[in-house]
Design a protein around this ligand. Structure first.
Ligand code: SF4
Length: 191
């Protein structure tokens, strides 16, 4: 079984063709200014987050763990989670996102994939997770539903089928995503 990364789930929801350029026909993508800036903000945020109260997450108390590498052989999935909070018997994943637009579907399924990894690795239930929007400092709570878990599994199956069949998927549904995409020069059929 092809081992996938949690970021693959996020990318596939954004545009399936990105996964084609990752696994079937690997290319050197350009590192955008937005990506570098996002990494710098993550470092700043780690320092701030350590001093903040968990009340922001509607949690009374708990332990914070940063940048945990998670791997599930059963799911064939791995990833490095920005933060998770351990509160009694429960685990809550937190993802930091550098976007002004609010959490996208790709971020929600990425968080779901992390929730599934946490459950598999630590054998603890994960009912909710959080998406922290860096520019506004707002925290969005997300329920991890059975349908969302099922959808993540279906995405993983689609990625593995695409890689096995070496078939190039269609372009992103929202064409504005192509405008500053780091893979744009490899996509001959987008304008
Ligand atoms: S340029 Fe558009 S179609 Fe090509 S990978 Fe990027 S988002 Fe997808």
């Amino acid at each position: 079984m092809l081992k996938l990364r949690v970021s693959d789930i996020k990318q596939f929801v954004y545009c399936p063709r990105i996964l084609y350029f990752t696994y079937v026909l690997p290319v050197d993508k350009k590192v955008t200014r937005k990506m570098t800036y996002g990494q710098e903000r993550h470092v700043e945020l780690d320092c701030l987050e350590k001093r903040r109260k968990l009340k922001r997450y509607n949690l009374a108390e708990g332990e914070r763990k940063f940048h945990t590498h998670l791997y599930s052989p059963r799911l064939g999935l791995e990833g490095k989670l920005d933060l998770h909070i351990i509160c009694g018997q429960e685990f809550f994943p937190v993802e930091f996102k550098n976007t002004l637009k609010g959490p996208g579907l790709n971020h929600k399924y990425q968080l779901t994939a992390y929730a599934m990894l946490l459950e598999d690795v630590y054998r603890r239930p994960v009912r909710y997770g959080f998406i922290y929007l860096i520019p506004t400092g707002t925290i969005h709570e997300l329920e991890i539903t059975p349908n969302m878990r099922q959808h993540v599994k279906e995405i993983m199956t689609k990625i593995r089928c695409m890689v096995k069949g070496q078939s190039m998927p269609g372009t992103a549904i929202r064409k504005q995503r192509c405008v500053d995409c780091e893979y744009r020069k490899f996509c001959g059929d987008v304008i």
